[in-house]
Design a protein around this ligand. Structure first.
Ligand SMILES: [Mg+2]
Length: 107
């Protein structure tokens, strides 16, 4: 499972290094703490979206919470990929095909 993003500058880890970091994070903290961290970050994003919709926050703070969730969700994908190689990739493909059919229905 590869994370896809463009590093904003040369100092930041790129996609390959990010993958190594995910492996090290799971080795260091274990699966359950990482899953709990995803829950925590998802909850923070939900709260931030509520603030955003009430104009109580800004694009920068929303972007921070989006980044947290993307990073942690990708770690969960990485954990699942160890048990079931390609499963999340197949699921993403399935979901994107469904979205494509909704956005641009076949005639
Ligand atoms: Mg957060």
């Amino acid at each position: 499972m590869k994370i896809s993003f463009r590093p904003a500058n040369e100092r930041d880890p790129g996609p390959e290094e990010a993958e190594e970091l995910f492996e090290k994070a799971v080795e260091k903290w274990g699966t359950e703490p990482q899953l709990r961290m995803v829950q925590e970050e998802a909850a923070e994003l939900i709260a931030e979206i509520n603030r955003y919709l009430r104009q109580r926050t800004n694009d920068l703070d929303l972007a921070e919470e989006v980044a947290d969730v993307l990073i942690m969700a990708t770690q969960v994908a990485h954990i699942l990929d160890q048990k079931h190689p390609g499963l999340v990739d197949r699921m993403i493909g399935h979901k994107l095909t469904r979205l494509k059919n909704l956005v641009d229905p076949p005639e």
